[in-house]
Design a protein around this ligand. Structure first.
Ligand code: GLN
Length: 496
């Protein structure tokens, strides 16, 4: 692929170049759309994009830069992402634009308000160019469960980009956006970032408002960045985070000091590797190449003075079932609102109200969503509430406690992000048990509400990216992003 130099910049590099008038936002948007026009038909990273609006917004951004430069005002006063083309996942609302969550149910749903995190992105000057494809309602690991068709891996159209934020990751890696927002309930930012060779941050639960993020499992849903560099991930996090009166679970959390990330040192850091995340049994085993990458990371850290230890966290062996019980229970309740009455798809020719509900939900939801609703209703039913749902809640508590204890002794935890690299289309998503098992490394942080970032570190023999995950205590974004920057500088391929 012949790429235009402007397209390979990071979001922060582009923002800086636009402020300094080395390039214009219009040039950036045009370059993005030239690439989209040429390749998007085979990638399908987007469900929709807004070229004309993006161009007129870009013009306005460039005019603002001119005005500032003419007035000799400090360019640092300009919004941090002024003029930078950014994409958002299809479950984040933007007033007046369809948000379909990859579902027929919401195919024509036009929200009357904007998600708080998207509003913040707009205030930061980003030009929102489109909404990206996703597994229906965020349920999946491959972006094959989208009503609008699958997204392809940026390097190989026969492979998946990961999921559920596969469209966001594919857009950023295919140079069809400079950065994107995804959402992560059980790994949907981190795993596609890993498959596509990007940085994906799942922030501390509550640090980014969920207002306007279409609910899947409310106690775990978190919006966050998918980016080309650790600094971009940090910058986007700083922009979208912060308490929000419209989300009572949102909290204030410390900003990440991006320049401090630069001087982060691993010397003397205590870094744990949870044994239970190095799966050598069951449906999905850690691939040799991912294990090798982890080993290289370990050696690198040790060389630079970190103290690495394997840690035993037995409760994490239950993380996958606990996650699927709790997330499906919450999903079955959250998705009960799609009944054909209030909004979204409505089936035709229903005989009565009950028939309308049945037909609407049978026709409007895809297979995976139905599976989760059934599972959720099962575990919440009076016969199983105590012995399944309650037990899972107790186990979740133990997961939280296990992390708290570990973080009293360790600064960071390191693991693979996914046991495998990007599989071929049809290989994982068709078997739900394999798909669920592949979430082993990402769901623990989701259950505990702690921050975790996936970083690119090495490649497999097909040249596909390998991702490693760094987890930190609640509000530990500075620590994990500092470490992410360390790996970026010292990583496979020499870094920058
Ligand atoms: N793969 C997980 C699931 O299908 C995670 C999805 C997510 O984080 N949205 O539930």
């Amino acid at each position: 692929m012949e790429k235009e130099p402007i397209l390979s910049m990071t979001a922060l590099e582009l923002a800086q170049a636009i402020r300094k008038k080395k390039v214009t936002s219009v040039e950036a948007v045009r370059a993005i759309f030239r690439n989209i026009d040429e390749h998007e038909y085979e990638r399908h990273a987007y469900v929709a994009f807004w070229k004309e609006e993006a161009l007129s917004e870009a013009l306005a951004c460039d005019a603002l830069v001119d005005k500032y430069n003419a007035g000799n005002t400090e360019i640092s006063e300009l919004p941090p992402l002024l003029g930078v083309p950014v994409a958002i996942k299809d479950n984040l609302l933007l007033s007046g634009k369809t948000a379909s969550c990859g579902s027929k149910m919401l195919e024509n749903y036009i929200p009357p308000y904007t998600a708080s995190c998207v509003e913040k992105l707009e205030k930061a000057g980003a030009v929102i160019i489109g909404r990206t494809n996703m597994d229906e309602f965020g349920m999946g690991v491959s972006t094959e469960h989208s009503y609008f068709g699958a997204t392809s891996h940026p390097m190989d159209i026969d492979r998946v980009p990961g999921g559920s934020s596969g469209g966001s990751a594919a857009a950023v890696a295919s140079l069809e956006a400079f950065a994107a927002l995804g959402t992560d309930t059980g790994g949907s930012i981190r795993q596609p970032a890993a498959f596509c060779g990007l940085f994906g941050l799942r922030p501390t639960y509550g640090s980014v408002s969920r207002h306007g993020l279409v609910a899947f499992a409310s106690s775990m849903d978190t919006a966050g960045p998918i980016a080309r560099s650790s600094a971009d991930a940090a910058a986007l996090f700083n922009i979208v985070m912060g308490p929000d009166p419209k989300d009572q679970t949102s909290v204030s959390s410390p900003r990440v000091d991006i320049s401090a990330m630069e001087s982060y040192s691993v010397e003397g850091k205590r870094i744990g590797i949870p044994k239970q995340l190095l799966s050598d049994e069951g449906d999905v085993r850690l691939s040799e190449e991912v294990a090798e990458s982890l080993q290289k990371a370990k050696v690198l850290l040790q060389e630079k003075g970190a103290i690495i230890e394997e840690v035993d966290m037995p409760i994490l062996s239950y993380a996958v079932p606990v996650y699927y019980i709790l997330s499906s229970a919450e999903a079955s309740s959250n998705l009960s609102r799609y009944d054909g009455i209030r909004y979204g798809y409505r089936a035709e020719d229903a005989a009565d109200l009950h028939d309308l509900y049945t037909k609407t939900r049978s026709e409007g939801f895809g297979l995976e969503v139905k599976r989760r609703i059934l599972l959720g209703n099962y575990v919440l039913s009076s016969e199983h509430f105590e012995d399944i749902y309650r037990k899972a809640e107790k186990a979740r508590d133990l997961v939280r406690k296990a992390f708290e204890e570990v973080f009293s002794k360790f600064d960071l935890l390191l693991s693979p992000t996914s046991p495998v690299t990007a599989p071929k289309k049809g290989e994982i998503a068709d078997d739900p048990l394999i798909a669920y098992a592949s979430d082993l490394c990402t769901v623990p942080a989701s259950l505990a509400g702690i921050p975790a970032v996936s970083i690119p570190f090495g490649e497999d023999r097909n040249g596909l990216p390998i991702g490693l995950q760094l987890m930190g205590p609640r509000f530990g974004e500075q620590e994990i992003l500092g470490a992410a920057r360390f790996f970026e500088k010292n990583g496979e391929g020499g870094g920058d």
